[in-house]
Write a protein that binds this ligand. Structure first.
Ligand SMILES: Cc1cc2nc3c(=O)[nH]c(=O)nc-3n(C[C@H](O)[C@H](O)[C@H](O)COP(=O)(O)OP(=O)(O)OC[C@H]3O[C@@H](n4cnc5c(N)ncnc54)[C@H](O)[C@@H]3O)c2cc1C
Length: 498
């Protein structure tokens, strides 16, 4: 018995000594080292050097590995992005075996399906945000952009995204998950980037809300002619997919329910138009639902201009090939997606899907090496920035969410069994789609689940709200969201501009 206790004490002491030695090597020598984890007998690289003091990298520092991480059998898992894919992945991730670090330029997750509601004040911005750090204290977070990745050296080059710091630093990893999403696609059309507003983040929603109110305030000023007011109160949306349609519906509710009461003299001058190059809006929905939404929009006075090509955008007008110059007060661009600067910077190292420029992965979500067309060990990609080879899926939260749950299981299995031998490739279970179309009506298309499962109108709206309410993450937001729905219903939306 005594000898067992002695052995335990000796083993603990040697562990402590080893840890201390590794740390002192790391801090003092500032060079790459390897640590054999005595609890698991697995080797992983311990190349996270606290501070590189060489002249050439004066601004670059390696993020220090926490002392606690030294006993993690799987080493460091870095997740890039805190969106649907990244945020879902960190929920219940195995922090016993992985030292988890999240890198994202924003320190929160945005519940995008309710972003359109918050852009017009139906919901307050904070109701749709979840802070990353709050989720789990065991997860380390750096508010930064990953600028590029050296897949050979397993090093990520990052830039802080803080108001007072744009410092550069380096971060190494043992396992990497790329979930950086995608950017709005302007298709290279002149003036879109400078003059249109987008709807991707909460800062975009804030800009939109301010701009709508500004247009009304501007149009109400005494020096503005009726013609100018017409231009200022033309709200144009480019993109007839679910995002463009939901936003138009929310904006129409806002204008007819709140602005009409507050600016009664201007309301007859307001016009709204949805442009799309496709022949119909909501192209991914069942035909009868598309027709239902089109009829409802037309009845509300929202013009639908399908088969239209926007050629150029300037500060006050857009040029449409078929309609000529059209003045506008606010233009929201809600068309397709294009690659994120990080994934663009990886073009020489990895295989990309040619049309959407997404990172191509195998069925286990492993990124493919460009030279050998084989999966790169321990490098995964998911969400809007990735697509599976020969298995094209839409860029939706539903796909990102399911892939994140799948990857979480893969990583847990690897930690437990050391391989993915018993794991099947990812399979998407399509639950269908829904879209709010205004005035407490929605369309729901669940035909992928069952042929007859589609609904439109008020019942669909109740389902739409219940589904998104159920999906919100924290108890706090589960309380705030219905509270704001009731407040908006009772007192209208807030129109202060600050
Ligand atoms: C208004 C709107 C409504 C939507 N509604 C629905 C819906 O109802 N249903 C549905 O299924 N889908 C919906 N979507 C689509 C859905 O939001 C996306 O498919 C989903 O967000 C993709 O998840 P993601 O994690 O890949 O990307 P994102 O959620 O976009 O997250 C990307 C993350 O990466 C971070 N990032 C970016 N660059 C870097 C970098 N260089 N380094 C580190 N981090 C970086 C970003 O800050 C962000 O945290 C909607 C989208 C929008 C815009």
């Amino acid at each position: 018995m005594i000898s067992i206790i002695q052995t335990r004490i000796l083993s603990t002491c040697s562990r402590l000594l080893l840890t201390q030695e590794v740390l002192s090597q790391t801090y003092n020598n500032g060079r790459r080292s390897f640590h054999r984890d005595i609890t698991s007998n697995q080797t992983f690289s311990l190349n996270s050097i606290y501070s590189l003091t060489t002249k050439s990298s004066i601004q670059s520092t390696f993020a220090k590995r926490n002392v606690a991480s030294l006993g993690k059998t799987q080493g460091r898992l870095v997740i890039l992005g805190s969106g649907w894919a990244g945020y879902k992945l960190i929920q219940d991730i195995d922090t016993k075996h992985y030292e988890v670090i999240v890198v994202s330029p924003r320190n929160y997750f945005v519940f995008t399906p309710l972003l359109a509601s918050s852009s017009v004040g139906t919901l307050e911005f904070r109701c749709i945000l979840e802070p990353v750090r709050k989720y789990s204290p065991k997860i380390q977070f750096y508010q930064a952009y990953a600028d590029n990745i050296d897949l050979k050296q397993k090093i990520i080059h990052c830039t802080s995204n803080l108001e007072r710091s744009k410092d550069k630093f380096l971060l190494n990893y043992d396992t990497l998950v790329i979930a950086v999403g995608a950017n709005s696609n302007t298709f290279g059309i002149k003036g879109v980037g400078e003059n249109a507003l987008f709807l991707k983040d909460v800062s975009d929603a804030r800009r939109i809300r301010q701009r709508v109110i500004e247009c009304f305030e501007h149009a109400s000023q005494p020096n503005i002619t009726k013609q100018e007011a017409f231009g200022l109160l033309h709200f144009a949306v480019v993109g007839g997919g679910p995002t463009g349609i939901e936003f138009s519906a929310e904006l129409h509710d806002f204008i007819t329910e709140d602005m009409a009461r507050l600016y009664p003299n201007l309301i007859n001058l307001v016009t709204m138009t949805v442009y799309d190059i496709a022949p119909q809006i909501l192209g991914s929905f069942d035909q009868s639902l598309r027709e239902f939404a089109t009829k409802k929009f037309t009845r509300k006075g929202i013009k639908i201009r399908t088969g239209r090509r926007v050629k150029e955008v300037s500060e006050r007008k857009l040029i449409v090939e078929e309609d000529g110059e059209v003045p506008y007060g606010m233009l929201v661009w809600a068309t397709g997606l294009t690659d994120n600067p990080l994934t663009r910077s990886m073009s020489n190292q990895v295989v990309k899907d040619q049309s959407a420029k997404r990172l191509l992965t195998d069925g286990f979500l492993r990124v493919l090496d460009k030279k050998i067309f084989q999966p790169i060990d321990n490098v995964y990609a998911l969400g809007d920035c990735a697509s599976i080879q020969d298995y094209d899926l839409p860029a939706t939260a539903q796909v990102a969410n399911q892939k994140a749950v799948y990857l979480r299981n893969v990583l847990t299995q690897i930690a437990k069994n050391g391989s993915i031998i018993n794991i099947k490739p990812f399979k998407f279970f399509n639950l269908g789609s829904m879209a709010y179309i205004g005035k407490k009506e929605a369309v729901i298309d669940m035909t992928p689940v069952s042929n007859k499962a589609k609904e439109s109108g008020r019942l669909a709206w109740i389902f739409w709200r219940s589904a998104y309410f159920t999906m919100t993450v924290s108890l706090r937001n589960k309380m705030l969201i219905p509270m704001y729905w009731v407040l908006t219903w009772l007192f209208g939306r807030d129109i202060s501009r600050f």
